[in-house]
Write a protein that binds this ligand. Sequence first.
Ligand SMILES: [Zn+2]
Ligand SMILES: [Zn+2]
Length: 388
Amino acid sequence: MQNDSVIVSSTVYSGPMTHDSQSRPLVLGDGRISGYLSIALGVLSTLGVLCFRFPDLLTTPSLRAGYDLDWMRILLGAGMLFSVGFGLLTFILGRQRKLGAIGVLLTLLAFWLGGAGVQVGPRYDIRTYIGLDWFILDLLMSAIVFIFLEKIMPRAREQAVLRPDFWHDARYFAFNHLAIGIFLFVGTILVPSLFSWSINAGLQAWFRDLPGVVQFVTVLVLADLIEYAIHRSMHEIPALWRFHAVHHSVEHMDWLAGSRLHILEPLVTRAMVMLPAFILGAEPGPMLAYVVFAGFQAGLIHANVGVNFGPLEHLFATPRYHHWHHSSDREAIDVNYAAHLPFIDRLFGTHHLPAERWPERYGVVGDPLPKGMLRQFAYPFRRKPKTG
Ligand SMILES: [Zn+2]
Ligand SMILES: [Zn+2]
């Protein structure tokens, strides 16, 4: 699809490359790292206490079933402790004390609401919920793992953690996690019920007898074939491209960038890629392995991580492989659709991975998309501007 845009517009949009003050690289000792960490942990601690107080409203039933409450309390207590610690550090450094004070006040709020010893709140007989627990836990895990990797092995060394559009993509991250109930409903109830006719007990019994690793690989390959077909369709069918263009409007790649997706895209894609596992009746172990693997890889391939994966680059999608997919360089238009396994792109002639090179720039070719999550959600439904 992007090829057409090149022909029509003959201009390549390289996007704003300016760095505002927020995007200045964080420097050890200037107080901003400890200040921001104190505030972030203060906010997450307060939200964590609320999850304890209103479990039916603010937590995800399928995750809640697996929680060890004692460990959750330890995690919450550690978050509060570190928030206060980082807040105090800003006072010791004598810099950004305002940030540290806000962080400590937020932790005091969490403490006032009950702290790590908070009683689990009353149960309501409701089915609607917000996945606040999923947001907190995945944000903590992803930020710790990926920011660490981005700092020790950066692709763009000069890119700040709080790069341009960081907060824009953070809103997407929050929305995608808080709305997990909608995604789970569509992916595990609605779509499987539409395909219940395809269930075959004999096939499922045979598949479940296979070793777990074989089930995992089968689910991974079939899911990626579906992902490839949907992804390529979104690039080649103009009406679908307008939805997918939201994802390609990213101009600064990092662990958060992959969250920028029009809501309808993950609703359809995530449900469809889970179908093979549902039809084959994969066991919970291989299913969980697939979900964890896919989730980690989705964060990693967008991350600002410049590590050389060597021969593994030919086996699994890596940051360099998917960065080429996001590139607006002419040589990289409409390539590397697979989410997990590059051999699928080789199979269909869309593989592009020049030796050791990285793309020059990222973003959509042609007219830039509007800024703001809601405007981008509305973008595919707006009348297409005349291109002349
Ligand atoms: Zn794409
Ligand atoms: Zn992507």
